[in-house]
Design a protein around this ligand. Sequence first.
Ligand SMILES: [Zn+2]
Length: 222
Amino acid sequence: MKKAVVIFSGGQDSTTCLFWALEKYDEVEAITFAYGQKHSVEIEQSKIISERCDVKQTIVDISFLNTLVESALTSNGDVNEINEKGLPASFVPNRNQLFITLAHAYAQKIGAQYLVTGVCQTDYSGYPDCRQDFVNAISVASNMGSASGIIIETPLMYLNKAETFELAWSLDCLDDVIELSHTCYNGDRKHRYVWGYGCNQCPACELRAKGYVEFNTGQNPL
Ligand SMILES: [Zn+2]
């Protein structure tokens, strides 16, 4: 029996990954990390989606990460800025490293052979921990350090946002992705657009909106 753990934030990408995993594996569980993100509404949405998909969800509080790192996603900084290292201010140092490490431990516990993460280097937001090289490296380290052979799947790695919308459409979950998944860094669920809820101003909304237009029209709006 094929069993998978999906690193599930409640955003567009991980929601698409959850539906992708449900098609592919016999048993799927979701793991969600609460790290004090300003857009914590994402976690509320992740609960709604997990329930809708009848998937067991484990929410892990790692808000201690806040006391160790600096990021506009967890503080009052401007998410649109670039920091002194040339990385977006929304970058959370070592976040994916921690997510994968912890999810890998959980996968071992429940006997899952697969770990699914929605990281993507195509519409690369400037996050170095979203690249396949990084995933390969942490995959080797995690398996070597635990004498296990868990396969880390990255179904979105080489898709752009328009193609991720298309994947959701082909998985018959486009309506759920638009209506229920949450991407906006500012946690806005008051304003509804054709591509879903958000402020329509932060980089995450911009990417999602642009991807939806491209998916719908087949043309890049920029
Ligand atoms: Zn936004």
